[in-house]
Design a protein around this ligand. Sequence first.
Ligand SMILES: Nc1ncnc2c1ncn2[C@@H]1O[C@H](COP(=O)(O)OP(=O)(O)OP(=O)(O)O)[C@@H](O)[C@H]1O
Length: 337
Amino acid sequence: MTQFISPHATPPAADLALELRHVRKTYPGQAVPALRDLTLGVPRGSRTGIIGRSGAGKSSLVRLISGLETPDAGELWVQGEPPHRLSQAERRARQARTGLVFQHFNLLAQRTALGNVTLPLELLGVPRAQRDARARELLAQVGLADLTGRYPAQLSGGQKQRVGIARALATDPDLLLADEATSALDPESSAGILELLTQIQRERDLTLVIVTHQMEVVRAVTTHVAVLDAGQLVESGETRALLSAPRHPVTRALLDAHRPEVALHAGEALQHVNLPDLNPRTLSALAGSGARIVQAQAHPQGVDAWLVTPEERGDVSALLERLAQVAAQRPAPGVGA
Ligand SMILES: Nc1ncnc2c1ncn2[C@@H]1O[C@H](COP(=O)(O)OP(=O)(O)OP(=O)(O)O)[C@@H](O)[C@H]1O
């Protein structure tokens, strides 16, 4: 097996697109770090899966790599450069070469598919004719040549994600980060998006980092995988080897966990979330928003749960924020009712 983690490589090995050495990240006001002593190398030109249960630290890792957050301790190298030590202009250039694909697409509702894809080029000052031509070419590559004039509300989930991928490719990235890119999609659209991401990685020879809580995504797409739990790396390696002989209990639990088979009614969506707990106040807040739990598993950072929610509340982040507030208002044990 090739060496995947290289904790002692210094300076960064040329064959690594990303390298983290003993990285720690704690959010303001939080007692527990989101990432702790995280050492990880992502091979250049790989399709690497970052997998872990809800709350494991996957999104925090993406935020560090994409420059939205900085580590409190340790070293981070992106394509051989330490982003937090670059000048502002260098950092912007680095960010432009890091494409991001989001779970909830993050498209601008008032812009067409074409307008969403041209946006990053507008921000870079690319002339209109050039950026329109480039966006049309990219939309054709993701299979949307005929839908360039549609607004996001006129597109299916899978089509919206295709626009999201075309937008991420607009600035010709050498690194593509996909954070739960298929979690909000039905299995068929999900399979199409995973196929597209694989094809893009192969054709462009970029490094694809795909963050997921679903082992089937890792199995379908990746060449390498890193398993996180409680902000730490618990296991990593080439996907085939790791899946055939998982060593850590968290990896084995993820291998056993499947998207629940639930018959959804019209207007319902299945969502995977991290709940603070399963106390009566949380459950009643959930019920109040029209969501119901269909599968739940408690772990040290909360409860890994699958919810059926009304489809019009596709983005459950507001609900989760409310649940976290409800949990925070709860009196500490032994401090009265
Ligand atoms: N902005 C923030 N402020 C405070 N705490 C945060 C913030 N973002 C994440 N956390 C906490 O950091 C930890 C790791 O969260 P993170 O979102 O990185 O995990 P994740 O593996 O991506 O989870 P999920 O699969 O649910 O998205 C969790 O305990 C979470 O509550």
